[in-house]
Design a binder for this molecule. Structure first.
Ligand SMILES: *Cc1c(COP(=O)(O)O)cnc(C)c1O
Length: 233
């Protein structure tokens, strides 16, 4: 079996290749290691070879897994649906919430941040394909509408948008979904220029090269980095 170092190097290379193939600037795409279902030991291994951004999809799991004091440069973001009743916990735990999918959740996060005296970076998640299981704002218009209020929340800093591509779809269909996210970011910036939103979190193990071609600035890779997740536990 390949070690972390080899898998890490392979993914870095694949990212660089997609970046240069699409004529984008070197270093313009960051890598998030999606560490859900993997141990803190594995996370530390990866951190040891230079990986700094990690993604978790459940508050409870992240709470159990990370030590109270993790290394300062280790950034952990939430990328899964957040229930309102866990918003305060999430504010304490994460360096950013990349999966904000409703106005009411943003209100809860603002309240939590106020209590904790924290400024929280976030991404708004948009549904860019039909799958029912996915969370996210249902349409760009719904997202723009929510932003009208979110921009006024002093403890939240909206940095960009996030989406999950259609699973198992063709290149054409997948790229259309990613293109929609990029266009929506442009519209956000036209409507709310003061935000200067720059981040597009899109692309996973199976589709990150396409996402980079469509403008992704952050790819979220789990399986290709850690191997298959074991759900049988
Ligand atoms: C699990 C997950 C990923 C990583 O998926 P892989 O296919 O294992 O790379 C990325 N984004 C989100 C939101 C996830 O839940």
């Amino acid at each position: 079996m390949m070690g972390f170092q080899e898998r890490y190097d392979e993914i870095r290379e694949a990212i660089d290749k997609a970046v240069s193939h699409s004529g984008r600037k070197a270093g313009s795409v960051a890598l998030m290691a999606v560490s859900k279902m993997h141990s803190y030991d594995e996370i530390e291994n990866l951190f040891g070879i230079g990986q700094t951004i990690f993604g978790e999809n459940r508050v409870q799991e992240a709470m159990m897994k990370f030590p109270d004091k993790r290394p300062e440069s280790m950034q952990v973001h939430l990328i899964g649906h957040l229930q309102s009743n866990k918003a305060l916990k999430a504010v304490e735990l994460f360096d950013g919430i990349d999966s904000v999918d409703s106005l009411s959740l943003a209100r809860k996060l603002q309240k939590g941040c106020e209590e904790k005296g924290k400024l929280l970076p976030l991404l708004l998640q948009l549904k860019t394909s039909e799958e029912e299981t996915k969370s996210g704002f249902e349409s760009p218009d719904e997202l723009y509408k929510a932003l009208e209020e979110i921009v006024l929340m002093p403890n939240l800093r909206v940095e960009g948008l996030m989406t999950i591509g259609p699973l198992g779809a063709s290149e054409r269909v997948t790229r259309l979904a990613f293109a929609l996210l990029r266009q929506s970011l442009d519209t956000c910036n036209a409507l709310f220029p003061s935000l200067g939103m720059e981040k597009l979190s899109m692309g996973m193990s199976s589709d990150f090269a396409w996402a980079i071609e469509e403008g992704s600035t952050l790819v979220r890779v789990g399986t290709k980095l850690f191997g298959q997740r074991d759900y049988t536990g």
